[in-house]
Design a binder for this molecule. Structure first.
Ligand code: CP
Length: 340
């Protein structure tokens, strides 16, 4: 895969070598993310961060990643703050914004919208999530986190046993992660969801074609036994036809410390793409797991910075220049002392 100048729209663009290259570059971004060093390698470059759906992690971490490489960020959040609200097409918006920017990250509620936008763009576009379809940078950071978490016990991604729990129908993070896992060997996936929120057939077919072992469960306690990783997801209420319909599925699967202790091996890693829904009727990942050392959710979000810095460095072809520009950080930074 050639990263330089290219769009990143789908994990389908990646082979195993390309994923490994992203992880290798992400590793090299640690000193900058940890505020040991600064680099101005993207000084003068502009990122347009276009988020037409709510976001905390993806929007802020893409923006911060670009800042940490020395670039400037221009943001638009919400359709109503852009001329899309006046009927402007994605084509025109892309033609215009690509004249102002060196790279664009876009999130939009429609499947395929980011690909349509990218076709008209004169600069590289990175998909920050297109409806229920894909979330490639999330899948890369999830896989990077799995790789890092399992390295402690000497295990690689090949042969992992993973439980995917919750809304597997609308969860774009799950869809992209499953597609990326097809690059690896002998994965066991326990798919735990209500029957109505099962993994879409096209994604299931890819997993089967990769010869992975697929087990389907509707009972969480049964499905989480014997796995290495629990990947919990929120009910994606914004994708349902009505709030009432979404509410039917909230709270059906709740992972808490007691259920974890009863059903999982003590070192089972707990992941979630976040946000978790902490409202009383949902709580798919209980706060009582916050002190569990195997809760990797905030290591996941920290890893998102590394992955997004790596994507910018690869797409804008500055990987070999980053360290040449490095200088030590001179201010006091608590960040440096936090475990990542
Ligand atoms: N995981 C994720 O996409 O989070 P945000 O919606 O906050 O960006």
């Amino acid at each position: 895969m050639n990263f330089v100048g290219n769009h990143i729209i789908s994990v389908g663009q990646f082979n195993r070598l390309a994923a490994d290259r992203v992880f290798e570059v992400a590793d090299s971004m640690q000193p900058y993310a940890m505020r040991k060093n600064i680099t101005r390698v993207l000084q003068g470059a502009i990122l347009s961060n276009m988020f037409f759906e709510p976001s905390t992690r993806t929007r802020v971490s893409f923006g911060s990643a670009f800042n940490l490489l020395g670039g400037e960020v221009r943001e638009t959040t919400e359709v109503k703050a852009s001329s899309l609200a006046k009927g402007e097409s994605l084509y025109d918006t892309a033609r215009v914004l690509s004249g102002y920017s060196d790279v664009i990250v876009m999130r939009h509620p429609e499947s395929g919208s980011v690909a349509e936008f990218a076709e008209a763009s004169r600069v590289p576009v990175i998909n920050g999530g297109d409806g229920p379809n894909e979330h490639p940078s999330q899948a890369l950071l999830d896989l990077y986190t799995m790789r890092t978490e399992m390295a402690a016990s000497g295990q690689s991604i090949d042969g992992l046993k993973i439980a995917l729990i919750g809304d597997l129908k609308f969860g774009r993070a799950v869809h992209s992660l499953c597609k990326l896992l097809c690059l690896y060997d002998s994965i066991q996936l326990n798919l735990i969801s209500p029957p109505e929120l099962a993994l879409p057939d096209d994604v299931l077919d890819l997993l089967k074609a990769a010869n992975h072992t697929i087990n389907i469960f509707h009972d969480m306690a049964e499905g989480i036994q014997g796995v290495d990783i629990l990947y919990v997801t929120r009910t994606q209420e914004e994708r349902f036809p009505s709030q009432q319909e979404a509410d039917k599925y909230k709270g059906l699967f709740r992972l808490n410390q007691a259920i974890y202790t009863e059903n999982c091996a003590p070192n089972t890693v707990i992941m979630h793409p976040l946000p978790r829904d902490s409202r009383a009727q949902a709580q798919e990942l209980d706060d009582d797991l916050n002190q569990n050392p195997n809760l990797a959710i905030f290591r996941q979000t920290d890893n998102g910075m590394l992955i997004r810095m790596a994507l910018f460095a690869l797409v804008l072809d500055v990987v070999n220049e980053v360290d040449k520009n490095a200088q030590p950080v001179t201010w006091y930074t608590a960040r440096r002392h936090l475990p990542i």
